[in-house]
Design a protein around this ligand. Sequence first.
Ligand SMILES: [Zn+2]
Length: 318
Amino acid sequence: MKETLCIGALRAESGTKANGYYTVPKTLHRIPVTMINGEQDGKTVLITSGIHGGEYPGIQTAIELAQELSPAEVRGAVILLHPVNTQAFLQGVASVIPEDGENLNRVFPGTMGGTITHKTAFSITRDFHSIADFYIDLHGGDVNELVMPYVYYPGIAQQEVSALARECACVTACSYVVRSVATGGAFNSAAANGVPSLLIERGGSGLWSGEEVQAYKYDVRNILKKLGVLPGAPVLPEQPPKEITTAFYIDAEADGCWYPLVKVGQTVEKGACLGVIRDFFGKTLREYFAPEKAVVLYMTVTLGIEAGTSLIALGQID
Ligand SMILES: [Zn+2]
């Protein structure tokens, strides 16, 4: 008989599913959690969604998987947080936790004594990352963004952590697998602590569709099969993802109106103009150009843009 899974006040006996709210200690912040504890031993997989509360395809995917996955089919355990940032989710707020205006994905591993955002990161690190053998963080384009379906794996973690994460990224139906060299973010923070982890991106613009959720569930189920948590072999996509090892992240350098000249998923040649920021009177403030031949992984799609915020991301194509 496997051990009972206990997190905060939540308990799932071996062979059962349990759900309820996890309260971030010393706050009123409650996160809906579902734990599926299989009877047989296996890996514990943590799935978070809605670290950014306006990224709906990943959130609906986690909500559906929480209802669909059964302890009879799970070997090991699956723990889903759906969503983490409930306040932003309910209010349709992009990027931050509304109470303190901070971006949760930028403060991992967090601190016990900080703002609600820091406490949330700290609690997820201590209570969830610490018991995970593998971690999948479901994102999407935020309310103001659109993304290609792509998946990041941690590129500067221990070699075996990075290698297992990359292998699992390659069984998704995402268009691109991107090596992350960042140290920030929940998934990189977990990877630095030895947990192989992925961040998946799909959709955006404050929208979600059944097709996106189906594709997202296909990715997650394939990863769970690859890890032996669900039975059977992964059903490999017809088009395996292409690999990107170098990405470029361009931030806006001026407040103004953003006029992109490219679309998400488009391949651009080196030197191609990506878009222009103009002031309210039509004067050009900044122009942006592709540093190399690349694919547009994501970009801001709102007309208004603030200096210092993310404008566009490109993946270099050799
Ligand atoms: Zn996100």
